[in-house]
Design a protein around this ligand. Structure first.
Ligand SMILES: NC(=O)c1ccc[n+]([C@@H]2O[C@H](COP(=O)([O-])OP(=O)(O)OC[C@H]3O[C@@H](n4cnc5c(N)ncnc54)[C@H](OP(=O)(O)O)[C@@H]3O)[C@@H](O)[C@H]2O)c1
Length: 282
C-alpha cells in the first residue's frame, strides 16, 4: 500500500514510498555500479511497483546515476517525478565540494537536464552546504539563481536540502518551497519541530538517510519490534517514518531488488500506539 501526498505548491501527487538513487553508482557514490544490469532492474521494478518519485543528483557518480535512470526509464511515465539536487560537485579525489556560484548552479541544472534527457526539471532542491549539519548561511543568492532558471522554464518547482528552520523561513520570503530534504530517521530526530511546521504548511519533508545511510540503524527496540511484527528492522524504520507525519515522503536507497521489495512492503505495516511509543523512546 503506497499512500499519497500532494504538496500545497505543486500539482504533483507523490506516492509516499519513493526511491533514492544514490546507491546506484559505484562504491562511495563514484563511478559505474558493479552490476549495471541490476541497477537498471531495480529502477524498472521500482516504477512497475508504484514508485512515482525518484530522488537523484547529477553529482552521484558523477553523472552515472542520472545516465542509468535515463537508460532504465526514458521516455518517462507521465506520473513519474524525478527530484534532483544541485549545490555540490565532486572533486577528482571523490570529495564532496560546495558548488553554489551562479555559474556552477546553472551548469548543474544543464548537467541534470542532459543526463536525465529532460527539457525541464520537475523539482530541484538547493542542497545547502554543511556535512554533519546545515551551516545555516543565507540562501538568497543561490535561490535567486534557481528562480531565474525557473522563470526561464528550466525548473518547475524549488525545494531545499540540508537546511535549518530559519533558512526555510528565509527561502519562503523569496519563493514557494515544495519540499525539504534533511537528515532524519528513528535515531536522528533534530527536525521534529520543523516536520510539524512543514506539515501544517503543506510542504513535503523527505528524510535523507531514512535507514541510517552509511551507518545502518541499530537498536534493541527496533530489533524487538521487528521480531514481534514478523517484519525486518528496515521495514519498521520505514513504517515509523510513514506514521510520523503525513507530509513525510520516504526515499530509501538500495541497489538490491530484494531490498527494494522489502522496502515497498513496509507500506502495509501497521504500528500500534504502544509500539510507536517504544520506538519514539529510541
Ligand atoms: N540531500 C542530501 O544531502 C542527501 C544525502 C544522502 C542521501 N540523499 C538521498 O537520500 C536517499 C536515501 O539515502 P541513502 O541511500 O544514502 O541511505 P538509506 O536509504 O538510509 O540507506 C541505504 C543503505 O541501506 C541499505 N538498504 C536499503 N534497503 C535495505 C533493506 N531492505 N535491507 C537491508 N539494507 C538495506 C542499502 O544497501 P543495499 O544497496 O545493499 O540495499 C544502503 O547501504 C539517497 O538515495 C539519496 O537520494 C540525500
Amino acid at each position: 500500500m503506497n499512500q499519497q501526498y500532494q504538496p500545497k505548491h505543486a500539482d504533483i501527487v507523490f506516492n509516499r514510498i519513493g526511491y533514492g538513487a544514490m546507491q546506484l553508482a559505484g562504491p562511495h557514490v563514484w563511478g559505474p555500479p558493479k552490476d549495471r544490469a541490476a541497477a537498471l532492474a531495480v529502477l524498472r521494478e521500482a516504477v512497475e511497483r508504484g514508485v512515482n518519485h525518484i530522488d537523484t543528483s547529477d553529482f552521484y557518480g558523477p553523472h552515472v546515476t542520472n545516465q542509468i535512470i535515463r537508460e532504465a526509464l526514458h521516455p518517462y511515465r507521465d506520473d513519474l517525478t524525478i527530484v534532483t539536487k544541485i549545490g555540490y560537485r565532486r572533486g577528482d579525489d571523490q570529495s564532496w565540494l560546495p558548488a553554489a556560484s551562479a555559474q556552477e548552479l546553472r551548469a548543474a541544472v544543464h548537467d541534470n537536464l542532459r543526463n536525465l534527457g529532460l527539457e525541464v526539471l520537475d523539482v530541484v532542491n538547493y542542497r545547502a552546504p554543511g556535512a554533519a549539519a546545515p551551516d545555516g548561511q543565507p540562501l538568497a543568492e543561490p535561490l535567486s539563481v534557481l528562480l531565474r532558471m525557473k522563470k526561464e522554464g528550466l525548473i518547475r518547482h524549488i525545494g531545499l536540502s540540508n537546511v535549518t528552520a530559519e533558512q526555510v523561513k528565509e527561502a519562503q520570503q523569496l519563493t514557494d518551497i515544495v519540499c525539504v530534504q534533511n537528515q532524519y530517521n528513528l535515531a536522528h530526530r533534530g527536525d521534529d519541530a520543523l516536520i510539524d511546521t512543514l506539515a501544517a504548511q503543506g510542504i513535503a519533508y523527505v528524510p535523507f538517510f531514512p535507514l541510517g545511510g552509511f551507518s545502518p540503524l541499530q537498536s534493541e527496540a527496533l530489533t524487538r519490534t521487528a521480531a514481534a511484527l514478523g517484519a525486518t528492522t528496515i521495514q519498521v524504520a520505514l513504517a515509523w517514518l510513514l506514521q510520523r507525519a503525513p507530509n513525510i515522503l520516504v526515499i530509501p536507497g538500495t541497489s538490491s531488488l530484494a531490498h527494494l521489495r522489502e522496502n515497498l512492503a513496509a507500506g502495509a505495516l501497521q504500528l500500534d500506539p504502544a509500539t510507536i511509543a517504544a520506538l519514539n523512546a529510541i
